[in-house]
Design a protein around this ligand. Structure first.
Ligand SMILES: NC(=O)c1ccc[n+]([C@@H]2O[C@H](COP(=O)([O-])OP(=O)(O)OC[C@H]3O[C@@H](n4cnc5c(N)ncnc54)[C@H](OP(=O)(O)O)[C@@H]3O)[C@@H](O)[C@H]2O)c1
Length: 353
């Protein structure tokens, strides 16, 4: 699993645009000029041209790490907003990420102020055993960080205020169904996760009216380094893989690279506003997903994991895998977004290569 989950090392160089209190590591333009003008619209025009400064919460997570790599590869400046500097420094060592700024909560204000954009990905993982305390923290962690980020954006001086907030939410917004089909116009569900998503989204929407807000309702993200797949692969490799529960539940997936591209487009294109489903165009039932995974791994997919076993393991959290929803990326298609991975088989093949 360690081998399968290893993160690719990154050699891209990072442009520098630190807030005044951060050390200078790398220069791409006249520092004295930029320091004087930092935080002003003119600064952004003169010193960054089409380069952005992006503050990211949850940057140390599965999706965030890939996003940081992508932004870095395009020479944008990145500010990692984390709860733990030491953890983030291990994930983003200075030698591989020169110019990357890492900030704990008391420094987040310095980072948000003067950023062009904020991406909000923070939240306690949901694929654990749910206790009342965990359930509370699943919601609170998302609402708390989103609320903090929105407050910092709104508090920023107008000239230094980020112009866009891309905030994660989840397809759990729609509730679960074996028969329904959901797009961005569908109503919200009435279970716990839909309630979490409604509050999470509502908090992001409190950003000032001059800030463009894109809410990405993310499906199950497929990638080698984390998420659902990293949990499923070891079972298949032990010849013990198979559908979870009935296998009839919908599995609205997206390849991590497509999701990162979608977030990237949302940062840079003004037409990306409001709710956008972050799911591939061809969702599958979980049974099919497991069959495809088994075939890509050269392992059988014959040992179904029964509902009761998952419930014993995950408690109420088992609903995350035992129930799903069929979600279509209608907005992304309208916006002209090109999915690199439209079919789960291709996504899995690319991931396992
Ligand atoms: N992966 C998926 O399949 C999927 C599907 C739908 C929605 N999403 C949403 O997309 C976002 C990113 O997903 P991910 O898979 O990259 O998540 P992840 O790997 O679990 O990372 C999330 C990050 O959130 C921060 N975090 C964790 N617990 C927290 C807490 N109690 N309070 C505040 N911050 C906390 C951590 O950053 P620091 O330690 O640096 O602060 C962590 O690195 C999440 O909000 C998730 O709900 C993901």
């Amino acid at each position: 699993m360690e081998l399968l989950c290893s993160t690719t090392s990154l050699s891209a160089s990072f442009a520098l645009s630190p807030p005044p209190s951060f050390p200078v590591r790398n220069l791409g333009f006249s520092l004295s000029l930029c320091k004087r003008m930092q935080g002003t619209r003119r600064f952004m025009l003169l010193c960054s041209s089409d380069k952005m400064t992006v503050s990211v919460t949850g940057a140390t997570g599965f999706i965030g790490r890939r996003l940081v790599q992508r932004l870095g590869a395009e020479n944008h400046s990145i500010r990692v907003l984390t709860r733990s500097k030491s953890k983030a420094e291990k994930i983003f060592p200075a030698k591989d990420y020169p110019g990357l700024v890492i900030a704990e909560e008391d420094e987040w204000g310095n980072c948000v102020q003067g950023s062009n954009a904020v991406v909000n990905l923070a939240g306690l993982p949901i694929s654990t055993r749910w206790s009342p305390e965990i359930k509370k923290e699943i919601k609170d962690s998302r609402v708390r960080v989103t609320s903090k980020v929105v407050e910092l954006i709104n508090k920023s001086a107008v000239e230094a205020r980020p112009t866009v907030l891309v905030s994660a939410t989840a397809v759990g917004y729609y509730g679960t169904s074996e028969t329904g089909v959901f797009d961005e116009k569908s109503p919200s569900g009435n279970d716990y996760l839909s309630e979490v998503c409604r509050e999470w989204e509502g908090t992001a929407l409190k950003a000032n009216k001059d800030v463009r807000v894109a809410l990405i309702r993310i499906g199950v993200v497929l990638g080698k380094d984390g998420g659902a797949l990293a949990m499923m692969i070891p079972f298949f490799q032990m010849f013990a893989g198979g559908p979870l529960g009935t296998g009839q539940q919908w599995f609205s997936w997206i390849h991590v690279d497509d999701l990162v591209n979608l977030i990237y487009e949302a940062l840079s294109k003004p037409s990306y506003q409001g709710v956008i489903n972050g799911t591939a165009p061809n969702p599958v039932r979980l049974g099919e997903m497991c069959q495809q995974l088994g075939s890509v791994l050269g392992r059988p997919s014959w040992l179904p994991v029964p509902d009761f076993a998952l419930k014993a393991l995950l408690g109420e959290g088992a609903t995350v895998v035992l129930e799903g929803q069929k979600v279509l990326p209608v907005r992304a298609k309208e916006l002209g977004f090109e999915f690199k991975y439209k079919y789960v088989k291709d996504a899995l093949r690319a991931i396992m290569q």
